[in-house]
Design a protein around this ligand. Sequence first.
Ligand SMILES: NC(=O)c1ccc[n+]([C@@H]2O[C@H](COP(=O)([O-])OP(=O)(O)OC[C@H]3O[C@@H](n4cnc5c(N)ncnc54)[C@H](OP(=O)(O)O)[C@@H]3O)[C@@H](O)[C@H]2O)c1
Length: 745
Amino acid sequence: SLGSPLFLEVGPGQTLTRLAHLSTRAHSNALVLSSMRHPQEDADDVRVLLASLGRAWLSGAPISWDAVHPTPPRRVLLPTYPYERQRFWVEPGRASLSSLADPLRKQPHVADWFYLPSWKRSLPPRAASSSPRRCLVFLDALGLASSLVSRLEALGHSVFTVSPGSEYQRSGPRSFTLNPALGGDYERLLTALQVQEQPLDTVVHCWSVTADERAARDEREHFEHTQERGYYSLLFLAHALDTLGGHTPLRIEVVSNRLCDITALEPAQPEKATLLGPCKVIPQEYAHLASRCIDIVLPEGGVSPSSALVGQLVAELEADAADPVVAYRGNQRWVQAYEQLRLEAAALPGPTLRQHGMYLITGGLGGVGLLLAEHLARTVQARLVLVGRTGLPSREHWPEWLSQHPSEDPTCQRIRKVQELEALGAEVLVLSADVAHLDAMRAALAQATGRFGPLHGVIHAAGITHGTSIFSPLRDVGRPESELQFQPKAHGLYVLDTLLRDSALDFCVLLSSNASVLGGLGFVAYSAANLFVDAFAARQNKRGGTPWISTNWDGWQVQQPEPRAQVRTSMDRYTMTAPEALDAFQRILTRGLGCGQLVVSTGDLQARLALWLQRDAALPGTAEAAASAPHARPHLKTPYAAPATPIEKELALIWQELLGVEQVGLHDNFFELGGHSLLGTRVASRLREVFQVTLPLRSLFQSPTVGQLATLVEEHLAEQVDPEALAELEQLSPDELKALLDAGT
Ligand SMILES: NC(=O)c1ccc[n+]([C@@H]2O[C@H](COP(=O)([O-])OP(=O)(O)OC[C@H]3O[C@@H](n4cnc5c(N)ncnc54)[C@H](OP(=O)(O)O)[C@@H]3O)[C@@H](O)[C@H]2O)c1
C-alpha cells in the first residue's frame, strides 16, 4: 500500500536491512538501504554512506543537500566514458521468450494466477535410438511386467527382475526378491547388480500396477500397503542409488494403474498419487537420474494385458519423451496439462460466505489458518472453530499468561490474534485435536456444533511446514519424516471425510502446495502428501454434494519459524503478500468452487513446469542455456578477486559453466550470479564427480561464495584423508612424491 517505499537502516550493522529485504521481497518497487557497512565487510564507512545516499537520491527521495555539504558544492569534471567494448549482440534465432522478459517472474495481476489441471491428447512418442538397454524391472502380480520383460528381451535388451517378497534373495540368475519394507534390501539388490559387467540404465517400476484392493483392507492399511509398493519403494530405491554413488544416467520409468483420473474407464485411487512425489523430486535432486510415470488401464477380470498395451509401454521406454506424467486410455495417449483460467475479482464477501457463518479451520492457529480466520472475521463476522494439536490455555488464564510471558511468546501472539478476531466481530472457539484422530475430531466437532450450531464450511490448513520432513534432502527423508507429512494431509482427510460425509456444506477447501505440481528440492514427502490432498479432493468432488476443492499455493507471506527463515529457495520470488493471497482465496471461493483442484501460481506455470519438470534447456536459468550463451560477469557488490587455490579455481570453473558467467570471482555470491536451487543440485553433483565429496544442498545456501564453498570442500577432503596413508606420504622424499604424482597414483 506504500507505493514505492524506501527503508533506511539508521545505525550500525545491516540486520534490519536484511529483515526488510525479506519482508519486501514481493514488492519490486521497495528500496532498502543501510547507512553503515556490515561489521565483517571491509569497506570505507563514508563510501558506504554516500553510496546509499546516492541510491536514495536516484529513487527520488528528497535529500537535504545543505546537511550533506555545509559548504556550497562545486562542479567537477567527470572522467570520460570508458569504451569497454563488450558485445551485447542478440544472436539471430536467440530471440526466445527469455530475451523479452523473464518468463519465470512473478505475474503482477492476481487474476492471472489460476490454472486448472487437465489432460490433453498427444501423439505417440518419437522413437529414440534403440541401443540395447540394461533394465531392472519391478514385477507386478498381474503379469503386465512379465509380458513387458519378454518383449524387451526379444528386442535384445538385457533384463533383470525383482518381485516383492519376505526377504532379499537372488531367486535366479537374473531375478531377485526383496522385502519392500526394508530400505537395506534395495541396496543389496543394486550392489548385486553392480558387480555385473555394465551399469543399469533403465528401471521399470511396475509395483503400482495392482488389482483394486481397497475392499480387502481398511483405509489406513490400504494407504500403508499402497505406499510400500509405490512411494516408499521409489524412495528406498533413490536412497540405495545415492548410497552406492555412481553418476551414470539412469531412467526410472514408473508404471501404474488407477493413478490418473481422465475418463470414466477406471476411477483413480488417491493413495497412488503420492508416488508422483518421488517421480518429480528424484531427478531434481539427482541430476543424473530421470523419472516419469506412465499410467495404464488393465483389462477387466484378470485377462492378460493386451499386446497393444505392452507395445505402447515398449514404445514409451524406447522413446525420449520428456512428459513427466503420461496416461494410456485404449489407443489414446494423454499427457498432464494445466490450463490457465482468468478469475476476476468478485465483490466481497461473495455468495459463498454467510454472515455469521460457522467455519472450521484445521491448522487454524498456524500462519495461513490465522490469516484466513481474519478474512472470515473481517468479511462476515464468522463463528470460527480453530483446531490444532497444540491449542491455547483456557480463556480464564489468558490475562495471567499474557502478563507472565514476553510478547514474542507464540502462545501470547496467538491469544492476541484470537482477541483481534473477536474485536472484528467474530466468535472464536479454539480446540485442541489431532485431525488424524477420529475420536478427537468427532469430540471437537460435537463441541463446536453444540456451541455454534450447524457447520457451513471447512478449511483444511493443518500441515507440517517445518522440521525434518521438509526442506530436507531426499536421502534424509525416510518413513518417520514421510509419516509426519501424511498424518494431517492423508489420515486427516480420511477423518474429515468420515465425519462430514452426511453434512451438506457450502465448501470444503483444502490447502495444498505447488510442491505437488512442481516437486522441489527437499520436498519429497511434502510433495507426496500434497499430491494425496489434490487427488482426494478430486475424488470427493466427483461424488457431488459438498464441493471439495484442493488449492495449490505458492508461498504465503506469513511469519516463519526461525530455521525456515534462513533458507532461501527458488520459490521465494513467488511469495504472495497476505492481501494478494486473501484476494486469490476469495476469488476461488466465489468463482472456482466445483473445479476439484485449482493451482494458484504467481509465476507463469508453463515456464515453471518446463524448467522444473521438463528441464527445458531454452529457458533462462538452466545450465544448458547458460552454457550456450555465456555472459560477462555482472556488476556485483563485491569486487572481482581471482580464485587462487586449485580447489577455488576448479569451483569457479564449475560455476562459470553452470551459470554461464564468463568470469566468477572468489567472493561472488552464487545467488547474485543468477543461481537457484535447481542449479545448486548441479553444483552438488559436480562436486561429487570432481572432488568425490557429497555436500548437502543446504551447504550452498550457507556458503554461497566460491571461497566459502572451497573451504567446506577442503574440510570434507581433510576428513576423508586416511591418517596412516598420510603418515606414509610424509616419510617420502620430494622425488618419490613427484614420481607418485607423475604416475597419477
Ligand atoms: N505457508 C505457506 O507458504 C504455504 C504455501 C503453500 C501451502 N501451504 C499449506 O497451507 C497450510 C498451512 O500452512 P501454514 O504456513 O499456516 O503452516 P503452519 O504455520 O505450520 O500451520 C499449520 C498448522 O497445522 C497444525 N497441524 C499440524 N498437524 C496437525 C494435525 N495432525 N492435527 C491438527 N493440526 C495440525 C499445526 O498446529 P499444531 O502443531 O499445534 O498441531 C499448525 O498450527 C499447510 O497445509 C501448508 O502445506 C502453506
